[in-house]
Design a protein around this ligand. Structure first.
Ligand code: AMP
Ligand code: GLY
Length: 441
């Protein structure tokens, strides 16, 4: 098959790398790709959100399948344009991608489909939003409705902080149009996990569970980032939970969308909060733990319309079988359970970032040690570029280093050994990836 991966980060590198490992040899392209992806795909100089040139290029070049990585092109209608050009695409149309692009739309779908999530209200009026706060207790969560690059969520511990967040979004217009509506949402106690469901419009097959590490520093301290590491599987999700997530969360959403004329193909990523023990201590707050108002121990925090990053770098190395066939079958409405084979492996991914991230950081620092291959490891490029014959840093998240093994301990040790052999000026990483799962024993 001739397959084009749209995007150029660690997630897209992992998708292209995994496709390169299918038994069938594919001809792989990436738009725009990155320095690391050159090893597995031909990089085309077209931006992933160029909804005109990308479909035209794909048509001219006889592409059999396009796999879209990031959300922005999907929200902008890339999948619609590709479908109009008759090209199978793994990624939802814009109307489906709204499930990520608008948090109020996601809440409306969940409410209509009876999916457990935190109670929430949507406001455009500052005073009305503030007046609602006492009904939510503390902490309370304030969210910008639209896409805000992961920065539009404030977990407020005090009423003052909640009011300040509302002012920031509705009065100071900090997120522009994305923050013109805000959600006031119930705080959910528990441990987070990510479920990536492959959806073919009608059916869904869940990929293995994973857990992301969103805060920049060890011990979940510091500001939120795009993700500092991940591991798969996440022990907080047992097989009973997986069935619940498939039957009571993913499928009702797929059917609700379909009833509105939205046939969803691609990944439906459910960000979930699992409250294993509502009578015990809260894993994510000093405030006394309690069951969510939905009455469910598993609640949706958010939906995304795409593969997670860095979850993909931990999940895909565990997927066996013919991955391209699974993606194509999802894109064309023929997905079956048998399309997804999970290998008996555990994976951990460590992000190597540039000093200062998620704030300001330097670029252009030469990277050493990339060739030091080691068993059970793979390095995905997130923010790199080729310069003067070498590879230099070109982003806040620079590299994604994945270790696999038969135990989580082995996977984590391999990932860190490989990560430590890589050098660049200002390199830092979290040292506690998967600590929560390792602590379970
Ligand atoms: P989101 O962009 O919606 O995933 O939110 C970013 C992060 O904020 C999540 O990963 C959670 O850690 C936290 N968060 C969002 N909503 C809630 C909630 N209702 N209860 C507790 N934490 C939340
Ligand atoms: N790792 C979080 C995300 O992809 O949204």
């Amino acid at each position: 098959m001739k397959i084009l991966v749209a995007g150029g980060g660690g997630r897209e590198h992992a998708i292209a790398w995994r496709l390169s490992r299918d038994a069938e040899r594919h001809e792989l392209f990436a738009a725009p790709g990155n320095a690391g992806m050159e090893g597995v795909a031909k990089c085309i100089d077209i931006k992933a959100d160029d909804t005109e040139r990308l479909p035209a290029w794909a048509k001219e070049n006889g592409i059999d399948l396009v796999v879209v990585g990031p959300e922005a092109p999907l929200v902008k209608g890339l999948a619609d344009e590709l479908a109009n050009a008759g090209i199978p695409v793994f990624g939802p149309v814009a109307a489906g991608a709204r499930i990520e692009g608008s948090k109020s739309f996601a809440k409306e779908i969940m409410s209509a489909a009876g999916v457990p999530t935190g109670k929430a209200e949507v406001f455009t009026d500052v005073e009305a939003a503030k007046a609602a706060l006492p009904g939510y207790g503390l902490p309370v969560v304030i969210k910008a409705d639209g896409l805000a690059a992961g920065k539009g969520v404030v977990v407020a511990e005090t009423l003052e902080d909640a009011c300040a967040a509302i002012d920031d979004m509705l009065v100071a217009n900090r997120f522009g149009a994305a923050g013109a509506q805000v959600l006031v949402e119930e705080f959910l106690h528990g441990e987070e996990c990510s479920i990536l469901a492959m959806v073919d419009g009608e059916r869904a097959v869940l990929l293995p569970s994973s857990q992301d590490h969103k805060r920049v520093f060890d011990g979940d301290k510091g500001p939120n980032t795009g993700g500092m590491g991940a591991y798969s599987p996440a022990p907080v999700v047992d097989s009973g939970s997986l069935k619940f997530i498939h039957d009571k969360i993913v499928m009702p959403v797929v059917h609700e969308l379909k009833s509105r004329g939205i046939v969803y193909h691609g990944i439906l990523y459910a960000g979930l909060m699992v409250n294993e023990n509502p009578d015990g201590p809260s894993p994510n707050s000093t405030v006394k733990n309690h069951l969510a108002s939905s009455g469910s121990k598993i609640n949706v925090v958010e939906f995304n319309a795409r593969f997670g990053d860095p979850e993909t770098e931990a999940v895909l190395p565990r997927i066996g079988g013919d991955f391209a066939k699974a993606l194509l079958n999802a894109a064309t409405g023929r997905l079956s359970e048998d399309d997804v084979k999970v290998e008996d492996l555990v994976a951990a991914t460590v992000i190597l970032a540039s000093a200062g991230y998620p704030g300001e950081y330097a670029k252009g620092k030469p990277i050493g040690g990339l060739d030091a291959e080691a068993e059970g490891t793979v390095v995905f490029h997130c923010g790199t570029k080729r310069a003067d014959g070498g590879i230099v840093t070109n982003g806040g998240r620079v590299l994604s280093v994945t270790g696999t093994g038969s135990t989580l301990r082995e996977a984590v040790d391999r990932a860190y050994a490989r990560a430590d052999a890589i050098s660049f000026d200002g390199k830092f990483c979290r040292r506690d990836i998967a600590a929560r799962a390792l602590g379970r024993g």
